[in-house]
Design a binder for this molecule. Structure first.
Ligand SMILES: Cc1cc2nc3c(=O)[nH]c(=O)nc-3n(C[C@H](O)[C@H](O)[C@H](O)COP(=O)(O)O)c2cc1C
Length: 325
Protein backbone atom coordinates (compact mmCIF):
# COMPACT_ATOMS: atom_id res chain seq x y z
CA UNK A 1 0.00 0.00 0.00
CA UNK A 2 1.32 3.44 -0.85
CA UNK A 3 1.25 6.30 1.60
CA UNK A 4 2.08 8.82 -1.11
CA UNK A 5 0.48 12.20 -0.31
CA UNK A 6 0.68 15.77 -1.64
CA UNK A 7 3.33 16.37 1.05
CA UNK A 8 5.56 13.45 0.02
CA UNK A 9 5.25 14.60 -3.62
CA UNK A 10 6.06 18.22 -2.78
CA UNK A 11 9.25 17.58 -0.83
CA UNK A 12 10.27 14.31 -2.49
CA UNK A 13 10.22 11.87 0.44
CA UNK A 14 8.97 8.29 0.70
CA UNK A 15 6.92 8.48 3.90
CA UNK A 16 4.46 11.17 5.10
CA UNK A 17 6.59 11.74 8.20
CA UNK A 18 8.44 14.90 9.21
CA UNK A 19 10.82 15.38 12.11
CA UNK A 20 9.75 18.43 14.16
CA UNK A 21 12.53 21.05 14.15
CA UNK A 22 13.11 20.75 17.90
CA UNK A 23 15.35 23.61 18.97
CA UNK A 24 18.66 22.20 20.12
CA UNK A 25 17.50 18.55 20.16
CA UNK A 26 17.06 18.08 16.41
CA UNK A 27 20.58 18.59 15.12
CA UNK A 28 22.05 17.58 11.79
CA UNK A 29 22.62 13.95 12.79
CA UNK A 30 18.99 13.36 13.79
CA UNK A 31 17.61 15.21 10.76
CA UNK A 32 19.89 13.19 8.44
CA UNK A 33 18.77 9.86 9.90
CA UNK A 34 15.08 10.75 9.58
CA UNK A 35 15.72 11.70 5.96
CA UNK A 36 17.76 8.55 5.35
CA UNK A 37 14.82 6.56 6.71
CA UNK A 38 12.51 8.12 4.11
CA UNK A 39 10.96 10.98 6.13
CA UNK A 40 11.78 14.69 6.05
CA UNK A 41 14.37 15.58 8.67
CA UNK A 42 14.11 19.18 9.86
CA UNK A 43 17.01 20.67 11.81
CA UNK A 44 15.83 22.69 14.83
CA UNK A 45 17.36 26.09 14.10
CA UNK A 46 15.39 27.78 16.93
CA UNK A 47 16.45 31.45 17.13
CA UNK A 48 18.97 31.04 14.32
CA UNK A 49 22.40 31.13 16.02
CA UNK A 50 24.70 31.21 13.00
CA UNK A 51 27.57 29.12 14.38
CA UNK A 52 25.17 26.39 15.52
CA UNK A 53 23.49 26.46 12.10
CA UNK A 54 26.83 26.18 10.28
CA UNK A 55 27.82 23.17 12.35
CA UNK A 56 24.53 21.28 12.13
CA UNK A 57 23.74 22.10 8.49
CA UNK A 58 27.22 20.96 7.50
CA UNK A 59 26.49 17.74 9.38
CA UNK A 60 23.12 17.11 7.74
CA UNK A 61 24.41 17.78 4.22
CA UNK A 62 27.33 15.43 4.88
CA UNK A 63 25.20 12.59 6.20
CA UNK A 64 22.28 12.42 3.78
CA UNK A 65 21.69 12.85 0.09
CA UNK A 66 17.93 12.81 0.69
CA UNK A 67 15.76 15.95 1.13
CA UNK A 68 16.07 17.68 4.52
CA UNK A 69 15.00 21.04 5.91
CA UNK A 70 15.43 23.50 8.74
CA UNK A 71 12.98 25.26 11.05
CA UNK A 72 13.05 28.49 13.04
CA UNK A 73 11.10 30.32 15.73
CA UNK A 74 9.48 33.11 13.72
CA UNK A 75 9.25 35.56 16.62
CA UNK A 76 12.97 35.25 17.40
CA UNK A 77 14.80 34.61 14.11
CA UNK A 78 16.43 37.23 11.87
CA UNK A 79 16.91 37.54 8.13
CA UNK A 80 20.61 36.55 8.36
CA UNK A 81 19.77 33.09 9.69
CA UNK A 82 17.22 32.46 6.95
CA UNK A 83 19.82 33.55 4.39
CA UNK A 84 22.44 31.27 5.93
CA UNK A 85 20.03 28.32 5.94
CA UNK A 86 19.12 28.86 2.29
CA UNK A 87 22.81 28.82 1.35
CA UNK A 88 22.88 25.11 2.35
CA UNK A 89 20.07 24.34 -0.15
CA UNK A 90 17.40 22.83 2.10
CA UNK A 91 14.36 21.08 0.61
CA UNK A 92 12.11 23.07 2.95
CA UNK A 93 12.20 25.92 5.45
CA UNK A 94 9.79 25.94 8.37
CA UNK A 95 8.60 28.88 10.46
CA UNK A 96 6.72 28.42 13.73
CA UNK A 97 5.11 30.71 16.30
CA UNK A 98 4.68 34.25 15.03
CA UNK A 99 3.91 36.14 11.83
CA UNK A 100 5.67 34.48 8.87
CA UNK A 101 5.02 37.43 6.51
CA UNK A 102 8.42 39.16 6.97
CA UNK A 103 10.40 36.03 5.99
CA UNK A 104 8.07 34.18 3.62
CA UNK A 105 8.91 36.15 0.44
CA UNK A 106 12.64 35.37 0.72
CA UNK A 107 12.04 31.62 1.15
CA UNK A 108 9.52 31.51 -1.65
CA UNK A 109 11.78 33.56 -3.96
CA UNK A 110 14.46 30.90 -3.46
CA UNK A 111 12.00 28.30 -4.75
CA UNK A 112 12.12 26.45 -1.43
CA UNK A 113 8.84 25.05 -0.04
CA UNK A 114 7.72 27.02 3.01
CA UNK A 115 6.19 25.10 5.91
CA UNK A 116 4.41 27.13 8.61
CA UNK A 117 3.31 25.66 11.94
CA UNK A 118 0.09 27.10 13.40
CA UNK A 119 -1.78 26.75 16.68
CA UNK A 120 -5.16 28.31 15.81
CA UNK A 121 -7.26 29.14 12.78
CA UNK A 122 -6.22 32.77 12.73
CA UNK A 123 -2.57 31.78 12.46
CA UNK A 124 -3.54 29.30 9.73
CA UNK A 125 -5.20 32.06 7.69
CA UNK A 126 -2.14 34.29 8.08
CA UNK A 127 0.16 31.46 7.02
CA UNK A 128 -1.93 30.84 3.90
CA UNK A 129 -1.93 34.57 3.10
CA UNK A 130 1.86 34.61 3.43
CA UNK A 131 2.04 31.88 0.80
CA UNK A 132 2.92 28.83 2.90
CA UNK A 133 3.15 25.65 0.82
CA UNK A 134 2.45 23.37 3.79
CA UNK A 135 0.62 24.13 7.05
CA UNK A 136 1.39 22.23 10.24
CA UNK A 137 -1.67 22.12 12.51
CA UNK A 138 -0.31 21.66 16.01
CA UNK A 139 -2.48 20.43 18.85
CA UNK A 140 -1.91 21.09 22.54
CA UNK A 141 -0.88 17.47 23.15
CA UNK A 142 2.46 18.44 21.59
CA UNK A 143 5.71 18.60 23.47
CA UNK A 144 7.35 22.01 23.73
CA UNK A 145 5.70 25.31 22.90
CA UNK A 146 2.31 25.77 21.33
CA UNK A 147 -1.29 26.75 21.80
CA UNK A 148 -4.49 25.36 23.20
CA UNK A 149 -6.29 23.45 20.45
CA UNK A 150 -6.65 19.66 20.52
CA UNK A 151 -5.22 17.76 17.55
CA UNK A 152 -8.33 15.70 16.73
CA UNK A 153 -10.75 18.56 15.89
CA UNK A 154 -8.10 21.13 14.91
CA UNK A 155 -6.45 19.14 12.11
CA UNK A 156 -9.57 18.61 9.95
CA UNK A 157 -10.58 22.26 10.48
CA UNK A 158 -7.19 23.37 9.12
CA UNK A 159 -7.39 20.77 6.31
CA UNK A 160 -10.70 22.33 5.18
CA UNK A 161 -9.31 25.85 5.44
CA UNK A 162 -6.04 25.14 3.61
CA UNK A 163 -7.29 22.87 0.81
CA UNK A 164 -5.76 22.16 -1.64
CA UNK A 165 -2.56 22.98 0.22
CA UNK A 166 -1.28 20.03 2.27
CA UNK A 167 -1.52 20.00 6.05
CA UNK A 168 0.66 18.06 8.47
CA UNK A 169 -0.74 17.13 11.87
CA UNK A 170 1.42 17.64 14.97
CA UNK A 171 0.83 16.89 18.62
CA UNK A 172 0.52 13.49 20.25
CA UNK A 173 1.58 11.29 17.32
CA UNK A 174 4.18 8.67 18.21
CA UNK A 175 3.21 5.45 16.45
CA UNK A 176 1.66 4.10 13.27
CA UNK A 177 -1.85 4.27 14.70
CA UNK A 178 -1.48 8.02 15.24
CA UNK A 179 -0.08 8.50 11.74
CA UNK A 180 -2.96 6.48 10.23
CA UNK A 181 -5.46 8.50 12.27
CA UNK A 182 -4.25 11.88 11.04
CA UNK A 183 -4.18 10.64 7.44
CA UNK A 184 -7.84 9.71 7.99
CA UNK A 185 -8.45 13.27 9.21
CA UNK A 186 -7.25 14.51 5.83
CA UNK A 187 -3.70 15.42 6.81
CA UNK A 188 -0.96 14.76 4.26
CA UNK A 189 1.35 13.50 6.98
CA UNK A 190 2.51 13.87 10.55
CA UNK A 191 5.11 16.10 12.15
CA UNK A 192 6.60 14.32 15.12
CA UNK A 193 8.73 15.72 17.93
CA UNK A 194 8.64 13.87 21.26
CA UNK A 195 8.99 10.39 19.66
CA UNK A 196 12.13 11.49 17.79
CA UNK A 197 13.52 13.28 20.83
CA UNK A 198 13.66 9.81 22.40
CA UNK A 199 16.12 8.49 19.84
CA UNK A 200 19.81 7.66 19.57
CA UNK A 201 20.68 10.74 17.54
CA UNK A 202 18.76 13.45 19.46
CA UNK A 203 21.00 16.04 21.14
CA UNK A 204 19.80 15.35 24.68
CA UNK A 205 21.61 14.42 27.89
CA UNK A 206 21.29 10.76 28.97
CA UNK A 207 19.25 11.81 32.00
CA UNK A 208 16.60 13.34 29.71
CA UNK A 209 16.45 10.23 27.52
CA UNK A 210 15.87 8.09 30.61
CA UNK A 211 13.16 10.47 31.86
CA UNK A 212 11.35 10.38 28.51
CA UNK A 213 11.28 6.58 28.51
CA UNK A 214 10.10 6.34 32.12
CA UNK A 215 7.45 9.10 32.14
CA UNK A 216 3.83 8.96 30.95
CA UNK A 217 1.61 11.50 29.24
CA UNK A 218 0.00 12.34 32.57
CA UNK A 219 3.37 13.44 33.90
CA UNK A 220 3.35 16.40 31.48
CA UNK A 221 1.66 19.78 31.80
CA UNK A 222 1.42 23.02 29.85
CA UNK A 223 2.64 26.20 31.48
CA UNK A 224 5.03 29.13 31.35
CA UNK A 225 6.95 28.83 34.64
CA UNK A 226 10.16 27.72 32.92
CA UNK A 227 9.98 30.50 30.33
CA UNK A 228 9.47 33.10 33.05
CA UNK A 229 12.37 31.71 35.08
CA UNK A 230 14.79 32.00 32.17
CA UNK A 231 13.32 35.27 30.79
CA UNK A 232 13.10 33.50 27.45
CA UNK A 233 11.11 36.21 25.67
CA UNK A 234 8.50 33.76 24.39
CA UNK A 235 5.27 35.59 23.46
CA UNK A 236 2.72 35.20 26.28
CA UNK A 237 0.18 33.36 24.12
CA UNK A 238 2.39 30.27 23.76
CA UNK A 239 2.70 27.92 26.70
CA UNK A 240 5.01 24.92 26.76
CA UNK A 241 4.37 21.27 27.58
CA UNK A 242 7.07 19.85 29.83
CA UNK A 243 7.46 17.07 32.36
CA UNK A 244 6.02 18.24 35.66
CA UNK A 245 8.77 18.90 38.17
CA UNK A 246 9.37 20.35 41.60
CA UNK A 247 10.34 23.84 40.38
CA UNK A 248 7.20 24.04 38.20
CA UNK A 249 4.98 22.85 41.06
CA UNK A 250 6.45 25.49 43.37
CA UNK A 251 5.95 28.42 40.98
CA UNK A 252 2.79 27.48 39.02
CA UNK A 253 0.29 30.33 39.49
CA UNK A 254 3.01 32.60 40.92
CA UNK A 255 4.70 33.53 37.64
CA UNK A 256 4.55 37.30 38.33
CA UNK A 257 6.34 36.77 41.63
CA UNK A 258 8.94 34.57 39.90
CA UNK A 259 9.58 37.31 37.32
CA UNK A 260 10.78 39.57 40.15
CA UNK A 261 12.68 36.93 42.16
CA UNK A 262 16.37 36.99 41.14
CA UNK A 263 17.33 34.22 43.57
CA UNK A 264 14.72 31.84 42.15
CA UNK A 265 15.85 32.65 38.61
CA UNK A 266 19.45 31.91 39.56
CA UNK A 267 18.37 28.68 41.23
CA UNK A 268 16.63 27.76 37.95
CA UNK A 269 19.68 28.55 35.80
CA UNK A 270 22.03 26.64 38.10
CA UNK A 271 19.71 23.62 38.30
CA UNK A 272 19.30 23.56 34.54
CA UNK A 273 23.07 23.84 34.01
CA UNK A 274 23.72 20.79 36.21
CA UNK A 275 20.90 18.78 34.57
CA UNK A 276 18.69 18.60 37.66
CA UNK A 277 15.34 17.13 36.58
CA UNK A 278 13.61 18.72 39.60
CA UNK A 279 14.40 22.12 38.10
CA UNK A 280 15.15 21.99 34.37
CA UNK A 281 12.40 21.89 31.74
CA UNK A 282 12.13 18.63 29.80
CA UNK A 283 9.98 19.52 26.81
CA UNK A 284 7.77 16.52 26.06
CA UNK A 285 4.25 15.70 24.91
CA UNK A 286 1.35 13.47 25.86
CA UNK A 287 2.59 10.73 23.52
CA UNK A 288 5.07 9.68 26.21
CA UNK A 289 2.64 6.86 27.06
CA UNK A 290 3.70 5.23 23.79
CA UNK A 291 7.46 5.74 24.15
CA UNK A 292 9.45 3.04 25.91
CA UNK A 293 12.79 2.98 24.11
CA UNK A 294 15.55 5.11 22.55
CA UNK A 295 16.06 3.53 19.13
CA UNK A 296 17.92 4.88 16.08
CA UNK A 297 15.73 7.41 14.25
CA UNK A 298 15.71 5.36 11.04
CA UNK A 299 14.06 2.51 12.99
CA UNK A 300 11.40 4.92 14.29
CA UNK A 301 10.58 6.04 10.75
CA UNK A 302 10.40 2.45 9.49
CA UNK A 303 8.16 1.38 12.38
CA UNK A 304 5.85 4.40 11.95
CA UNK A 305 5.42 3.73 8.23
CA UNK A 306 4.88 -0.05 8.54
CA UNK A 307 2.51 0.25 11.50
CA UNK A 308 0.47 3.02 9.82
CA UNK A 309 0.04 0.84 6.75
CA UNK A 310 -1.04 -2.06 8.97
CA UNK A 311 -3.49 0.18 10.86
CA UNK A 312 -5.03 1.44 7.63
CA UNK A 313 -5.35 -2.13 6.31
CA UNK A 314 -6.95 -3.21 9.60
CA UNK A 315 -9.55 -0.44 9.37
CA UNK A 316 -10.25 -1.28 5.71
CA UNK A 317 -10.76 -4.97 6.60
CA UNK A 318 -13.06 -4.03 9.48
CA UNK A 319 -15.32 -2.33 6.93
CA UNK A 320 -15.87 -5.50 4.85
CA UNK A 321 -18.71 -7.11 6.89
CA UNK A 322 -20.73 -3.87 6.75
CA UNK A 323 -20.43 -3.71 3.00
CA UNK A 324 -21.48 -7.37 2.72
CA UNK A 325 -24.92 -6.70 4.21
C1 LIG B 1 11.97 19.03 22.73
C2 LIG B 1 11.09 19.82 21.81
C3 LIG B 1 11.57 21.01 21.28
C4 LIG B 1 10.78 21.72 20.36
N1 LIG B 1 11.30 22.84 19.80
C5 LIG B 1 10.63 23.42 18.77
C6 LIG B 1 11.23 24.48 18.03
O1 LIG B 1 12.33 24.93 18.32
N2 LIG B 1 10.55 24.98 16.97
C7 LIG B 1 9.32 24.49 16.61
O2 LIG B 1 8.76 24.90 15.61
N3 LIG B 1 8.71 23.53 17.33
C8 LIG B 1 9.33 22.97 18.37
N4 LIG B 1 8.73 21.96 19.07
C9 LIG B 1 7.34 21.57 18.75
C10 LIG B 1 7.30 20.70 17.50
O3 LIG B 1 7.47 21.48 16.35
C11 LIG B 1 5.99 19.91 17.33
O4 LIG B 1 4.90 20.77 17.23
C12 LIG B 1 5.72 18.92 18.44
O5 LIG B 1 6.88 18.24 18.83
C13 LIG B 1 4.69 17.89 17.96
O6 LIG B 1 4.14 17.18 19.01
P1 LIG B 1 4.78 15.85 19.65
O7 LIG B 1 5.92 16.33 20.49
O8 LIG B 1 3.66 15.29 20.43
O9 LIG B 1 5.23 14.98 18.52
C14 LIG B 1 9.49 21.25 20.01
C15 LIG B 1 9.01 20.05 20.58
C16 LIG B 1 9.79 19.35 21.47
C17 LIG B 1 9.26 18.05 22.03
Amino acid sequence: MSMRTPFTDLVGVRHPIALAPMGGAAGGALAAEVSNGGGLGLVGGARGALDWLDRELTLVTGRTSRPWGVGFLTWAVGAAAIERALSYRPAAVMLSFGDPAPFAPRVLAAGVPLIVQVTDLDEARRALDAGADVIVAQGAEAGGHGGGRATLPFVPAVVDLAAPRPVLAAGGIADGRGLAAVLALGAAGAMIGTRFQASQEALIPAVVGKALVEAAGEDTERGRVHDVARASGWPHRYTARTLRNEFGDRWRGREDELRRDRAAQEEFLAGTARGDLDVMPVWAGESLDLITDLPPATDIVARLAADAEAAIARVARAGVPDRAH
